[in-house]
Design a protein around this ligand. Sequence first.
Ligand code: ATP
Length: 236
Amino acid sequence: MLLEISDITLLYGRIQALHGISLHVDEGEIVAMIGANGAGKSTTMRAVSGLRPVASGSIKFNGEDITRLRADLRVVRGICQSPEGRGLFPGMSVQENLDMGAYTRRDAAGIRTDQDRVFELFPRLAERRKQIGGTLSGGEQQMLAVGRALMSRPKLLLLDEPSMGLAPMLIQQIFNIITEINQQGMTILLVEQNAQQALSRAHRGYVLETGRIVKTGTGADLLHDPVVKEAYLGVA
Ligand code: ATP
């Protein structure tokens, strides 16, 4: 197991957002979390990346207990989050944003190779490498956020709503890229409103409801589950 979350709870002040979440991600997998608004998907991501402390439970990465480890040290361990709402540096160029993604790295040659790969995956970014991040279209910013995350060469990539705000054609494209980088060896934990796409790309999935996991299975099983279909796929 690359990531193992055991029975975590998390509080925002007096509000309990997670009520004992347990899940795991094996090396090489795409694992999707789906669920309604407010179910706790993003909060679970924040617990993994260390942006919010858990109240109880444990998080292990690569066999190491990281439950209380600082967020920046988790990045060094190989956990990288491409945040919901993108979190780019709006005043910096595309190129500078990508450079920031690689800030923990010292291997100049490897950084260049990965940057070429990002530009290969996203030709649109290559054309716009000097453009200021904040002036990119929503879809282009999303690509840049994913590209920047890839630049840290993570062992585990956390993607929070990568399809948010994208036109249907771009949604397809971003999921194709997710599948492609996974096939090249990257392990991915994904949060998505677009349950159909997420489950059809994921090896396994978890369904969250009000801070709890209510169902888990392979992507295919969940796609065909009558309850999931009705609640999250918009088909009765
Ligand atoms: P969405 O699909 O809408 O992004 P989600 O499943 O990612 O939803 P979370 O963002 O994890 O849900 O929110 C879980 C619960 O925690 C919600 O009830 C939300 O209102 C609450 N919450 C999230 N962030 C905060 C915060 N900073 N302060 C207080 N409550 C918060």
